[in-house]
Design a protein around this ligand. Structure first.
Ligand code: MN
Ligand code: MN
Length: 471
Protein backbone atom coordinates (compact mmCIF):
# COMPACT_ATOMS: atom_id res chain seq x y z
CA UNK A 1 0.00 0.00 0.00
CA UNK A 2 1.35 3.42 -0.93
CA UNK A 3 1.67 6.17 1.60
CA UNK A 4 -1.05 8.10 -0.21
CA UNK A 5 -3.47 5.13 0.00
CA UNK A 6 -3.01 4.71 3.72
CA UNK A 7 -3.66 8.40 4.24
CA UNK A 8 -6.93 8.11 2.32
CA UNK A 9 -7.91 5.15 4.43
CA UNK A 10 -7.03 7.02 7.58
CA UNK A 11 -9.13 9.99 6.57
CA UNK A 12 -12.04 7.72 5.74
CA UNK A 13 -11.78 6.08 9.16
CA UNK A 14 -11.80 9.49 10.73
CA UNK A 15 -14.65 11.07 8.80
CA UNK A 16 -17.10 8.37 7.70
CA UNK A 17 -19.93 7.06 9.88
CA UNK A 18 -19.92 3.32 9.55
CA UNK A 19 -22.33 0.88 11.15
CA UNK A 20 -20.87 -2.41 12.26
CA UNK A 21 -22.37 -5.80 13.01
CA UNK A 22 -22.49 -6.20 16.77
CA UNK A 23 -20.55 -9.48 16.70
CA UNK A 24 -17.55 -7.49 15.38
CA UNK A 25 -17.78 -5.07 18.28
CA UNK A 26 -18.29 -7.14 21.41
CA UNK A 27 -16.40 -10.04 22.97
CA UNK A 28 -17.68 -13.55 23.72
CA UNK A 29 -18.36 -12.63 27.31
CA UNK A 30 -20.94 -10.04 26.25
CA UNK A 31 -22.44 -12.53 23.80
CA UNK A 32 -22.94 -15.16 26.48
CA UNK A 33 -24.41 -12.56 28.87
CA UNK A 34 -26.83 -11.55 26.14
CA UNK A 35 -27.90 -15.12 25.41
CA UNK A 36 -28.42 -15.77 29.15
CA UNK A 37 -30.50 -12.61 29.45
CA UNK A 38 -32.69 -13.89 26.63
CA UNK A 39 -33.51 -17.11 28.51
CA UNK A 40 -35.34 -14.93 31.03
CA UNK A 41 -36.97 -13.05 28.18
CA UNK A 42 -38.28 -16.27 26.61
CA UNK A 43 -39.85 -17.32 29.92
CA UNK A 44 -41.55 -13.91 30.10
CA UNK A 45 -42.87 -14.29 26.54
CA UNK A 46 -44.45 -17.66 27.30
CA UNK A 47 -46.03 -16.54 30.55
CA UNK A 48 -47.24 -13.11 29.48
CA UNK A 49 -49.10 -13.20 26.18
CA UNK A 50 -51.67 -10.57 27.19
CA UNK A 51 -51.37 -7.23 28.98
CA UNK A 52 -53.09 -8.67 32.05
CA UNK A 53 -50.59 -11.51 32.26
CA UNK A 54 -47.65 -9.16 31.71
CA UNK A 55 -48.87 -6.93 34.56
CA UNK A 56 -49.20 -9.95 36.81
CA UNK A 57 -45.65 -11.01 35.95
CA UNK A 58 -44.30 -7.48 36.54
CA UNK A 59 -46.06 -7.16 39.91
CA UNK A 60 -44.75 -10.51 41.14
CA UNK A 61 -41.19 -9.55 40.19
CA UNK A 62 -41.60 -6.06 41.61
CA UNK A 63 -42.79 -7.35 44.99
CA UNK A 64 -39.96 -9.88 45.09
CA UNK A 65 -37.53 -6.98 44.50
CA UNK A 66 -38.82 -4.81 47.32
CA UNK A 67 -41.33 -2.65 45.44
CA UNK A 68 -44.57 -1.86 47.29
CA UNK A 69 -47.92 -0.66 46.05
CA UNK A 70 -48.27 3.12 46.07
CA UNK A 71 -51.55 4.92 46.43
CA UNK A 72 -51.93 8.71 46.34
CA UNK A 73 -51.54 10.11 49.84
CA UNK A 74 -48.87 7.68 51.02
CA UNK A 75 -45.60 9.27 52.18
CA UNK A 76 -42.58 8.73 49.91
CA UNK A 77 -38.87 9.36 50.30
CA UNK A 78 -35.60 8.90 48.40
CA UNK A 79 -34.89 5.24 47.65
CA UNK A 80 -38.52 4.13 47.87
CA UNK A 81 -39.46 1.50 45.29
CA UNK A 82 -43.11 1.67 44.32
CA UNK A 83 -45.63 0.46 41.78
CA UNK A 84 -49.05 1.56 40.65
CA UNK A 85 -51.34 -1.05 39.15
CA UNK A 86 -53.74 0.50 36.65
CA UNK A 87 -56.69 -1.93 36.50
CA UNK A 88 -54.48 -4.96 36.01
CA UNK A 89 -53.69 -3.84 32.45
CA UNK A 90 -50.94 -1.27 32.86
CA UNK A 91 -48.35 -0.68 35.55
CA UNK A 92 -45.96 2.07 36.62
CA UNK A 93 -42.83 1.12 38.58
CA UNK A 94 -40.66 3.81 40.12
CA UNK A 95 -37.62 4.32 42.32
CA UNK A 96 -37.56 7.75 43.99
CA UNK A 97 -34.18 9.29 43.16
CA UNK A 98 -31.66 11.27 45.22
CA UNK A 99 -32.13 14.54 43.34
CA UNK A 100 -35.17 16.74 44.00
CA UNK A 101 -38.17 15.71 41.91
CA UNK A 102 -38.25 19.06 40.09
CA UNK A 103 -35.06 18.01 38.29
CA UNK A 104 -37.24 15.55 36.36
CA UNK A 105 -37.48 11.79 36.03
CA UNK A 106 -36.11 9.21 33.61
CA UNK A 107 -38.98 7.33 32.05
CA UNK A 108 -38.91 4.11 30.01
CA UNK A 109 -42.30 3.35 28.45
CA UNK A 110 -43.15 0.12 26.62
CA UNK A 111 -46.48 -1.48 25.72
CA UNK A 112 -47.64 -4.93 26.73
CA UNK A 113 -50.60 -5.41 24.40
CA UNK A 114 -50.04 -7.18 21.07
CA UNK A 115 -52.12 -7.81 17.96
CA UNK A 116 -54.54 -10.70 18.52
CA UNK A 117 -58.13 -11.83 17.99
CA UNK A 118 -60.67 -10.70 20.61
CA UNK A 119 -63.88 -12.69 20.99
CA UNK A 120 -67.03 -10.76 20.13
CA UNK A 121 -69.56 -10.20 22.89
CA UNK A 122 -71.88 -12.94 21.60
CA UNK A 123 -69.15 -15.22 20.27
CA UNK A 124 -70.47 -18.78 20.43
CA UNK A 125 -72.55 -20.31 17.65
CA UNK A 126 -73.12 -23.60 15.93
CA UNK A 127 -73.06 -24.01 12.17
CA UNK A 128 -73.58 -27.39 10.54
CA UNK A 129 -72.77 -29.14 13.79
CA UNK A 130 -69.47 -27.35 14.36
CA UNK A 131 -69.17 -24.89 17.27
CA UNK A 132 -67.27 -21.65 16.60
CA UNK A 133 -66.36 -18.31 18.19
CA UNK A 134 -66.84 -15.02 16.31
CA UNK A 135 -63.88 -12.63 16.70
CA UNK A 136 -62.96 -9.02 16.11
CA UNK A 137 -59.24 -8.58 15.53
CA UNK A 138 -57.23 -6.25 17.79
CA UNK A 139 -54.44 -4.16 16.25
CA UNK A 140 -52.99 -4.29 12.76
CA UNK A 141 -52.84 -7.82 11.39
CA UNK A 142 -52.61 -9.60 8.05
CA UNK A 143 -55.76 -11.66 8.59
CA UNK A 144 -54.69 -14.55 6.37
CA UNK A 145 -51.74 -15.23 8.72
CA UNK A 146 -54.10 -16.24 11.53
CA UNK A 147 -55.69 -19.25 9.85
CA UNK A 148 -54.43 -22.82 10.23
CA UNK A 149 -52.27 -22.13 13.28
CA UNK A 150 -52.87 -23.36 16.83
CA UNK A 151 -54.53 -20.72 19.01
CA UNK A 152 -54.79 -20.42 22.78
CA UNK A 153 -57.53 -18.58 24.64
CA UNK A 154 -56.63 -16.10 27.40
CA UNK A 155 -58.65 -13.62 29.40
CA UNK A 156 -61.29 -13.03 32.01
CA UNK A 157 -65.03 -13.53 32.39
CA UNK A 158 -66.86 -11.36 34.91
CA UNK A 159 -69.88 -13.19 36.31
CA UNK A 160 -73.15 -11.57 37.30
CA UNK A 161 -72.19 -11.70 40.99
CA UNK A 162 -69.07 -9.66 40.21
CA UNK A 163 -66.51 -12.44 40.54
CA UNK A 164 -63.85 -12.69 37.87
CA UNK A 165 -62.94 -16.02 36.33
CA UNK A 166 -59.58 -16.33 34.63
CA UNK A 167 -59.29 -18.33 31.44
CA UNK A 168 -56.09 -19.76 30.01
CA UNK A 169 -56.50 -22.70 27.65
CA UNK A 170 -53.98 -23.91 25.09
CA UNK A 171 -50.67 -23.14 26.78
CA UNK A 172 -50.18 -26.33 28.78
CA UNK A 173 -49.02 -29.23 26.61
CA UNK A 174 -52.02 -31.26 27.79
CA UNK A 175 -54.46 -28.51 26.84
CA UNK A 176 -56.53 -28.54 23.67
CA UNK A 177 -55.93 -25.66 21.24
CA UNK A 178 -58.22 -23.90 18.79
CA UNK A 179 -57.95 -23.05 15.10
CA UNK A 180 -59.36 -20.96 12.28
CA UNK A 181 -59.86 -23.01 9.13
CA UNK A 182 -58.64 -22.04 5.67
CA UNK A 183 -59.70 -23.29 2.27
CA UNK A 184 -57.87 -26.22 0.69
CA UNK A 185 -55.84 -25.16 -2.39
CA UNK A 186 -57.87 -27.57 -4.53
CA UNK A 187 -60.94 -25.41 -4.04
CA UNK A 188 -59.31 -22.03 -3.58
CA UNK A 189 -59.04 -20.84 -7.17
CA UNK A 190 -61.52 -17.99 -6.58
CA UNK A 191 -60.07 -17.15 -3.15
CA UNK A 192 -56.52 -16.98 -4.52
CA UNK A 193 -57.53 -14.37 -7.11
CA UNK A 194 -58.60 -11.96 -4.37
CA UNK A 195 -56.29 -9.23 -3.04
CA UNK A 196 -54.50 -10.29 0.15
CA UNK A 197 -56.69 -8.02 2.29
CA UNK A 198 -59.71 -10.09 1.24
CA UNK A 199 -58.32 -13.63 1.11
CA UNK A 200 -59.65 -13.97 4.64
CA UNK A 201 -62.10 -11.31 5.79
CA UNK A 202 -62.67 -10.18 9.37
CA UNK A 203 -65.97 -12.08 9.53
CA UNK A 204 -64.20 -15.26 8.39
CA UNK A 205 -61.89 -15.26 11.39
CA UNK A 206 -64.10 -17.78 13.17
CA UNK A 207 -62.43 -20.07 15.67
CA UNK A 208 -63.38 -23.74 15.77
CA UNK A 209 -64.04 -24.79 19.37
CA UNK A 210 -65.91 -28.10 19.18
CA UNK A 211 -67.84 -30.68 17.17
CA UNK A 212 -69.28 -33.24 19.58
CA UNK A 213 -73.03 -33.06 20.24
CA UNK A 214 -74.48 -33.11 23.76
CA UNK A 215 -75.71 -36.69 24.20
CA UNK A 216 -78.29 -38.16 21.84
CA UNK A 217 -81.31 -36.01 21.43
CA UNK A 218 -83.55 -34.48 18.82
CA UNK A 219 -82.86 -30.93 19.98
CA UNK A 220 -80.95 -28.45 17.76
CA UNK A 221 -77.61 -26.77 18.59
CA UNK A 222 -76.37 -29.74 20.57
CA UNK A 223 -72.70 -29.06 19.79
CA UNK A 224 -73.04 -25.52 21.14
CA UNK A 225 -74.88 -26.89 24.16
CA UNK A 226 -72.08 -29.34 24.82
CA UNK A 227 -69.48 -26.54 24.70
CA UNK A 228 -71.52 -24.44 27.13
CA UNK A 229 -71.93 -27.46 29.37
CA UNK A 230 -68.14 -27.98 29.45
CA UNK A 231 -67.53 -24.27 30.11
CA UNK A 232 -70.17 -24.27 32.83
CA UNK A 233 -68.58 -27.21 34.55
CA UNK A 234 -65.06 -25.76 34.31
CA UNK A 235 -65.68 -22.05 34.88
CA UNK A 236 -69.26 -21.79 36.16
CA UNK A 237 -70.25 -19.59 33.23
CA UNK A 238 -73.32 -19.43 31.00
CA UNK A 239 -73.75 -17.85 27.57
CA UNK A 240 -74.77 -14.45 28.95
CA UNK A 241 -71.46 -14.23 30.86
CA UNK A 242 -69.63 -13.74 27.54
CA UNK A 243 -71.19 -10.26 27.46
CA UNK A 244 -68.94 -9.17 30.33
CA UNK A 245 -65.79 -10.99 29.27
CA UNK A 246 -62.49 -10.15 27.63
CA UNK A 247 -61.36 -13.31 25.90
CA UNK A 248 -58.45 -13.16 23.51
CA UNK A 249 -57.14 -15.72 21.03
CA UNK A 250 -53.36 -15.66 20.67
CA UNK A 251 -50.95 -18.06 18.93
CA UNK A 252 -50.43 -21.16 21.08
CA UNK A 253 -46.78 -21.62 20.17
CA UNK A 254 -43.92 -21.00 22.59
CA UNK A 255 -40.85 -18.82 22.13
CA UNK A 256 -37.95 -20.68 20.48
CA UNK A 257 -34.39 -20.07 19.46
CA UNK A 258 -34.13 -19.50 15.73
CA UNK A 259 -31.25 -20.69 13.57
CA UNK A 260 -28.53 -23.34 13.88
CA UNK A 261 -26.52 -20.73 15.78
CA UNK A 262 -29.46 -19.91 18.11
CA UNK A 263 -28.78 -16.21 17.54
CA UNK A 264 -32.43 -15.19 17.24
CA UNK A 265 -35.74 -15.76 19.01
CA UNK A 266 -39.05 -16.53 17.33
CA UNK A 267 -42.21 -15.77 19.29
CA UNK A 268 -45.66 -14.26 19.37
CA UNK A 269 -45.74 -10.74 20.81
CA UNK A 270 -42.16 -9.47 20.56
CA UNK A 271 -43.88 -6.16 19.76
CA UNK A 272 -43.56 -4.87 22.38
CA UNK A 273 -42.59 -7.39 25.06
CA UNK A 274 -39.07 -7.24 23.62
CA UNK A 275 -38.85 -3.72 25.04
CA UNK A 276 -41.16 -4.24 28.03
CA UNK A 277 -38.98 -7.01 29.47
CA UNK A 278 -35.68 -5.06 29.27
CA UNK A 279 -37.39 -1.91 30.63
CA UNK A 280 -38.77 -3.94 33.54
CA UNK A 281 -35.46 -5.69 34.22
CA UNK A 282 -33.58 -2.37 34.08
CA UNK A 283 -35.64 -0.87 36.92
CA UNK A 284 -35.78 -4.08 38.96
CA UNK A 285 -32.01 -4.49 38.78
CA UNK A 286 -31.04 -0.96 39.87
CA UNK A 287 -28.43 -1.66 42.54
CA UNK A 288 -28.22 1.86 43.97
CA UNK A 289 -30.76 4.61 44.32
CA UNK A 290 -30.48 6.55 41.04
CA UNK A 291 -29.86 10.31 41.01
CA UNK A 292 -33.04 11.03 39.09
CA UNK A 293 -36.30 9.23 39.84
CA UNK A 294 -36.49 6.17 37.57
CA UNK A 295 -39.84 5.17 36.09
CA UNK A 296 -40.82 2.20 33.94
CA UNK A 297 -44.30 2.30 32.43
CA UNK A 298 -45.77 -0.85 30.91
CA UNK A 299 -48.89 0.28 29.11
CA UNK A 300 -51.92 -1.12 27.35
CA UNK A 301 -53.82 -0.18 24.17
CA UNK A 302 -50.88 0.95 22.02
CA UNK A 303 -51.96 -1.34 19.20
CA UNK A 304 -55.38 0.32 19.01
CA UNK A 305 -54.11 3.89 19.22
CA UNK A 306 -53.44 4.34 22.99
CA UNK A 307 -56.95 5.57 23.82
CA UNK A 308 -58.76 4.33 26.92
CA UNK A 309 -57.89 4.64 30.60
CA UNK A 310 -55.10 2.04 30.45
CA UNK A 311 -53.49 3.52 27.30
CA UNK A 312 -51.02 6.40 27.26
CA UNK A 313 -53.48 8.91 25.80
CA UNK A 314 -55.07 8.64 29.25
CA UNK A 315 -53.80 10.89 32.05
CA UNK A 316 -52.69 8.10 34.35
CA UNK A 317 -48.99 8.86 33.91
CA UNK A 318 -49.54 12.57 34.49
CA UNK A 319 -51.62 11.86 37.61
CA UNK A 320 -48.80 9.68 38.92
CA UNK A 321 -46.37 12.59 38.73
CA UNK A 322 -48.95 14.92 40.34
CA UNK A 323 -49.30 12.44 43.18
CA UNK A 324 -45.60 11.85 43.86
CA UNK A 325 -44.98 15.61 43.73
CA UNK A 326 -47.41 15.94 46.66
CA UNK A 327 -46.32 12.86 48.57
CA UNK A 328 -42.52 12.89 48.43
CA UNK A 329 -40.61 14.13 51.47
CA UNK A 330 -39.19 17.60 50.91
CA UNK A 331 -40.95 18.07 47.57
CA UNK A 332 -42.43 21.50 46.90
CA UNK A 333 -42.89 20.98 43.20
CA UNK A 334 -45.74 19.96 40.90
CA UNK A 335 -46.27 17.09 38.48
CA UNK A 336 -46.16 19.49 35.54
CA UNK A 337 -42.71 20.72 36.58
CA UNK A 338 -41.36 17.19 37.00
CA UNK A 339 -42.68 16.18 33.57
CA UNK A 340 -41.31 19.30 31.89
CA UNK A 341 -37.82 18.39 33.11
CA UNK A 342 -38.12 14.65 32.42
CA UNK A 343 -36.66 12.48 29.69
CA UNK A 344 -38.31 9.45 28.16
CA UNK A 345 -37.18 6.50 26.12
CA UNK A 346 -40.30 5.37 24.33
CA UNK A 347 -39.34 1.72 24.22
CA UNK A 348 -40.89 0.22 21.12
CA UNK A 349 -39.85 -1.92 18.20
CA UNK A 350 -38.94 -0.86 14.69
CA UNK A 351 -38.92 -2.85 11.44
CA UNK A 352 -35.74 -4.78 10.68
CA UNK A 353 -34.32 -5.00 7.16
CA UNK A 354 -35.57 -8.20 5.55
CA UNK A 355 -33.33 -9.56 2.74
CA UNK A 356 -36.38 -11.17 1.14
CA UNK A 357 -38.22 -7.84 0.98
CA UNK A 358 -35.52 -5.19 0.52
CA UNK A 359 -37.59 -2.83 -1.63
CA UNK A 360 -39.80 -1.41 1.14
CA UNK A 361 -36.96 0.24 3.00
CA UNK A 362 -34.29 2.79 2.22
CA UNK A 363 -31.09 0.93 3.00
CA UNK A 364 -29.08 3.82 4.41
CA UNK A 365 -31.69 4.63 7.04
CA UNK A 366 -33.28 1.34 7.99
CA UNK A 367 -32.48 -0.83 11.01
CA UNK A 368 -30.77 -4.21 10.72
CA UNK A 369 -30.84 -7.14 13.11
CA UNK A 370 -27.58 -7.55 15.04
CA UNK A 371 -26.72 -3.89 14.67
CA UNK A 372 -27.89 -3.03 18.16
CA UNK A 373 -30.75 -1.14 19.73
CA UNK A 374 -32.54 1.21 17.29
CA UNK A 375 -32.88 4.88 18.08
CA UNK A 376 -35.75 6.28 16.02
CA UNK A 377 -35.77 10.07 15.88
CA UNK A 378 -39.18 10.29 14.25
CA UNK A 379 -42.06 8.03 13.26
CA UNK A 380 -45.31 8.98 11.49
CA UNK A 381 -46.15 8.94 7.80
CA UNK A 382 -46.70 11.29 4.85
CA UNK A 383 -44.38 14.11 5.84
CA UNK A 384 -43.79 12.87 9.40
CA UNK A 385 -47.44 13.36 10.25
CA UNK A 386 -48.18 12.17 13.79
CA UNK A 387 -44.59 12.15 15.00
CA UNK A 388 -43.14 13.88 18.04
CA UNK A 389 -39.71 14.04 16.30
CA UNK A 390 -37.02 14.22 18.98
CA UNK A 391 -34.85 17.35 18.92
CA UNK A 392 -31.23 17.26 17.73
CA UNK A 393 -30.24 18.23 21.27
CA UNK A 394 -32.00 15.24 22.82
CA UNK A 395 -30.74 12.84 20.12
CA UNK A 396 -27.27 14.22 20.84
CA UNK A 397 -27.64 13.51 24.53
CA UNK A 398 -28.76 9.92 23.92
CA UNK A 399 -26.00 9.41 21.34
CA UNK A 400 -23.34 10.50 23.83
CA UNK A 401 -24.85 8.38 26.59
CA UNK A 402 -24.95 5.19 24.51
CA UNK A 403 -21.49 5.71 22.99
CA UNK A 404 -19.80 6.40 26.29
CA UNK A 405 -21.33 3.25 27.82
CA UNK A 406 -20.52 1.02 24.82
CA UNK A 407 -24.15 0.31 24.04
CA UNK A 408 -24.25 -0.77 20.40
CA UNK A 409 -26.94 1.22 18.63
CA UNK A 410 -28.17 2.25 15.20
CA UNK A 411 -30.77 4.55 13.72
CA UNK A 412 -33.85 3.35 11.91
CA UNK A 413 -36.66 4.74 9.84
CA UNK A 414 -39.83 2.70 9.36
CA UNK A 415 -39.82 2.10 5.60
CA UNK A 416 -39.34 4.35 2.58
CA UNK A 417 -40.75 7.85 2.52
CA UNK A 418 -44.48 7.57 1.68
CA UNK A 419 -44.15 3.79 1.81
CA UNK A 420 -46.36 3.46 4.88
CA UNK A 421 -45.41 4.32 8.44
CA UNK A 422 -46.50 3.91 12.00
CA UNK A 423 -46.48 5.43 15.45
CA UNK A 424 -45.66 4.61 19.07
CA UNK A 425 -46.50 6.10 22.45
CA UNK A 426 -43.65 8.62 21.99
CA UNK A 427 -45.94 11.40 20.79
CA UNK A 428 -48.32 11.06 23.77
CA UNK A 429 -45.51 11.32 26.30
CA UNK A 430 -43.80 14.12 24.36
CA UNK A 431 -47.15 15.94 24.47
CA UNK A 432 -46.75 16.09 28.27
CA UNK A 433 -43.72 18.30 27.56
CA UNK A 434 -41.21 15.47 28.11
CA UNK A 435 -38.08 15.06 25.94
CA UNK A 436 -38.92 11.77 24.24
CA UNK A 437 -37.31 9.47 21.70
CA UNK A 438 -38.06 5.96 20.47
CA UNK A 439 -35.47 3.37 21.46
CA UNK A 440 -36.17 -0.30 20.82
CA UNK A 441 -35.42 -3.55 19.08
CA UNK A 442 -35.60 -4.28 15.32
CA UNK A 443 -38.12 -7.03 14.46
CA UNK A 444 -38.60 -9.27 11.44
CA UNK A 445 -42.21 -10.17 10.48
CA UNK A 446 -43.57 -7.54 12.88
CA UNK A 447 -47.25 -8.07 13.80
CA UNK A 448 -47.22 -11.63 12.43
CA UNK A 449 -48.29 -14.42 14.79
CA UNK A 450 -44.62 -15.37 15.02
CA UNK A 451 -42.06 -12.54 15.00
CA UNK A 452 -38.26 -12.69 15.06
CA UNK A 453 -35.64 -10.66 16.94
CA UNK A 454 -31.88 -10.95 17.50
CA UNK A 455 -30.68 -11.85 21.00
CA UNK A 456 -27.87 -9.27 20.88
CA UNK A 457 -30.31 -6.47 20.05
CA UNK A 458 -32.55 -7.48 22.98
CA UNK A 459 -29.59 -7.28 25.33
CA UNK A 460 -28.50 -3.91 23.95
CA UNK A 461 -32.02 -2.58 24.63
CA UNK A 462 -31.57 -3.68 28.23
CA UNK A 463 -28.15 -1.99 28.41
CA UNK A 464 -29.61 1.20 26.93
CA UNK A 465 -32.37 1.39 29.55
CA UNK A 466 -29.92 0.52 32.32
CA UNK A 467 -27.45 3.28 31.45
CA UNK A 468 -30.32 5.74 30.90
CA UNK A 469 -31.52 5.19 34.48
CA UNK A 470 -28.02 5.22 35.97
CA UNK A 471 -26.59 8.20 34.10
MN1 MN B 1 -45.09 -1.54 19.31
MN1 MN C 1 -47.23 -2.83 17.02
Amino acid sequence: MSKKDSKTKELKEKLFYKKKNIYKLVNDDVVSKAYDFCDGYKAFLDSSKTEREAVKYALEKAKANGFREYKAGMKLKTGDKIFVNNRGKAVILAVIGKEPLENGAKICAAHIDSPRLDLKQCPLYEDNEIALFKTHYYGGIKKYQWTAIPLALHGVVVLEDGTTVEVNVGEDENDPVFVISDLLPHLASEQMKKPATQIITGEELNIIVGSRPFKEDEESELVKLNILSILNEKYGINEEDFLSAELEAVPAFKASDIGFDRSMIGSYGHDDRVCAYPALEAILNLSDTPDKTAVTVLTDKEETGSDGNTGLCSSYLKYFFDDIACDTEGSKTRGTVILSNSECLSADVNAAFDPTFPSVVEKKNTAYINYGVVVTKFTGSRGKSGTSDASAEFVGKIRTLLNKNEVVWQTGELGKVDGGGGGTVAAYIANLNVDTIDVGVPVLSMHAPYEVVSKMDVYMAYKAFEVFFCD
